[in-house]
Design a protein around this ligand. Sequence first.
Ligand SMILES: O=P(O)(O)OC(CO)CO
Ligand SMILES: [Mg+2]
Length: 284
Amino acid sequence: MADQWQREYDFAEKVARKAGEEIRKAGESEIRVMTKSCTVDLVTKTDERVEKIIIGSLKQEFGEGTHCFIGEESVAKGEACILTDKPTWIIDPVDGTTNFVHGFPFVAVSIAFAVNKELEFGIVYSCLEDKMYKARKGQGAFCNDELIQVSDVKEIKKSIIISEHGVDRSPEKVNKIFSTMQKILCIPVHGLRGSGTAATNMCLVASGAVEAFFEIGIHCWDIAAGAVIVQEAGGLLLDVDGGPFDLMSRRMLSANNDVIAHRIIKEIEVFPVERDDAPTHRIY
Ligand SMILES: O=P(O)(O)OC(CO)CO
Ligand SMILES: [Mg+2]
């Protein structure tokens, strides 16, 4: 069926835009900050309110009970984080909450839709820059309706790479993350960057501004929409050890091509993280 999920895709873009407007407005008044798993894992009333707006709008449009939802703040409150074959929305209402709290200007709304455990489309609205990234399986990737493509750089020494450090500050993990970054920096690459939002980082890969982004410890809602956008822009997704990408594994490498991807994988010091769909899951 040619138009299957088109209505969902179009509506998701509208909802993401509305959510972005809410975030922009909320950023103008005082932001109430709370913490989740630890003192650096921040959440605000805006995260919770915007997730409710997104899920409420989707339920109103498509009917109660027809779709499943995995939302960052709903999972934080104890809802299941299991991807089934049913049509499922995967939502990060405010990706880059720490940026939002500090006024650092990269904050994104991330909305993805999966059916039979396959991602059908992804929307990332980088709302402070007013950039609407979107991609539907097999139909290319766009930023503000302009087609985007990954960079064609194949030499690692001509690349910019993104990685982030996450919120788990146990010294062993931080050591591994910085040891990996040091090795990559000293290849040498042109630079290391990080926007503070995984969704935006993936869009930077998709639009060719950087060659790769990898992280261990991110969540499915941070990367589901970006995963479609990177692939539709001609890039690839892998596990950080070079194996197949697994949305629920909390390990992800996105790159413009396999030469850059495998050169980075050689340097990554992998450490264990609990899967998003683990029965004993705790948020980090
Ligand atoms: O700001 P959030 O949604 O907590 O996400 C972080 C990573 O978990 C940035 O991507
Ligand atoms: Mg996030």
